[in-house]
Design a protein around this ligand. Structure first.
Ligand code: KG4
Ligand code: ZN
Length: 339
């Protein structure tokens, strides 16, 4: 069963064809980074306009690369929210119309559930239950996962998301937007012990996160030690990254212990981070847990992950009506239970 999936919640226009929620026949991502880079962040109006320009060629390319005709599709899956509503509406309206035209079902999925499902792309993925850390530009949350569409929220950030902290620190350091990859690269050349930034555990037994204090600590350090040279810049990046990675890893491992899980996962844009992957990988090995994280190309926003979760929503028969709307706010995945 083949699903065409579409993602347009932020600054990537993406389309993919995914079979049975796991085999990726194609995955096309048209990034708008160059458009927004000069503004130091995503400009919503520009994002919507760029999605309108890109959506038709991106979908066409996804079908071409999959080597199938649109008549061979069984369903369309699309991100319904959360995200920038003007951006979401482009993919959402297009997907509904496309499915309507072909006479096949269209399923609307939660972007966060997409990230959660990215570990099943081209991989067997973990057995249930497992504990998953979702770290992106907008979210930092820990979930106890008991099924493809069943989650319990264990904790989340009280202020900045990790990716947001990366992007803000990058701005302070004059490294531009988006900041995650740049800081990650510099950090690999720096000394993580050079500066002792705070490790924001809150409480070592709590599952909530807080990154705004750490971000402010970097700001204070820069005020007291302005104009860092290249070496110092790398040390600041490495020290900041170490604080982030150590805290994320600790909370994930503690969550696995509390829940008695044998499997852990890290998903979302920040799952691409080299130090997070390394630390969690080592910690999991030491505890004999299996560690699941997407291939790098499926960490950041993409449509293949929307096809992965879309498949399970399709099996549940959750089809969209033509008058269903996109939602912008961070509504939790629909089956999420609170602790
Ligand atoms: O999942 P994503 O593509 O979009 C959202 O749903 O938010 O995540 C984007 C975030 C950005 O804040 C970006 O700076 C961060 O992921 N990011 C990274 C890395 N690559 C991307 N953060 C740390 N290290 C990386 N290698
Ligand atoms: Zn995302």
């Amino acid at each position: 069963m083949k699903i065409l999936s579409i993602e347009s919640s932020c600054d990537e226009t993406a389309a993919a064809v995914v079979e049975e929620g796991t085999r990726v026949l194609s995955s096309v991502v048209a990034s708008q980074v160059d458009v927004h880079h000069v503004y130091g962040g995503v400009v919503p109006e520009l994002a919507s306009r760029k999605h309108i320009e890109a959506i038709v060629p991106v979908v066409r390319q996804a079908l071409d690369e999959a080597g199938i005709a649109k008549e061979e599709l069984d369903a369309v899956a699309v991100t319904q929210g959360p995200g920038l509503v003007g951006a979401l509406l482009v993919g959402f309206s297009y997907a509904k119309a496309y499915a309507w035209g072909l006479g096949i079902p269209c399923v609307g999925v939660n972007h966060l559930e997409g990230h959660m499902s990215s570990i099943f792309l081209g991989a067997k993925g973990p057995e249930f239950p497992y504990v998953a850390l979702l770290v992106s530009g907008g979210h930092t949350s820990l979930y106890y996962v008991t099924g493809h569409t069943d989650y319990e929220l264990m904790g989340q950030t009280r202020d900045d998301a990790v990716g947001e902290a990366y992007d803000k620190v990058s701005k302070m350091l004059g490294l531009g937007y988006p900041g995650g990859v740049v800081i990650d690269c510099l950090a690999q050349k720096g000394d993580a012990k050079a500066i002792s930034f705070p490790r924001p555990y809150l409480d070592k037994k709590a599952f909530d996160f807080s990154f705004s204090g750490l971000k402010s600590a970097v700001g204070r350090h820069l005020k007291e030690n302005p104009d860092p040279d290249e070496k110092r810049l790398c040390d600041i990046a490495a020290s900041f990254q170490e604080s982030v990675a150590v805290v994320l890893c600790h909370k994930l491992m503690y969550a696995a212990k509390v829940k008695g899980c044998q499997h852990v996962a890290v998903v979302g844009g920040v799952a691409a981070n080299s130090r997070v992957r390394q630390l969690v990988g080592e910690a999991a090995r030491n505890r004999k847990l299996t560690f699941h994280t997407p291939e790098l190309k499926y960490c950041g926003d993409n449509a293949a992950m929307i096809g992965a979760i879309g498949y399970h929503r399709f099996l549940e028969g959750r089809y969209l009506e033509l008058n269903d709307d996109a939602y912008s706010r961070a509504r939790l995945p629909s089956n999420t239970k609170h602790k």
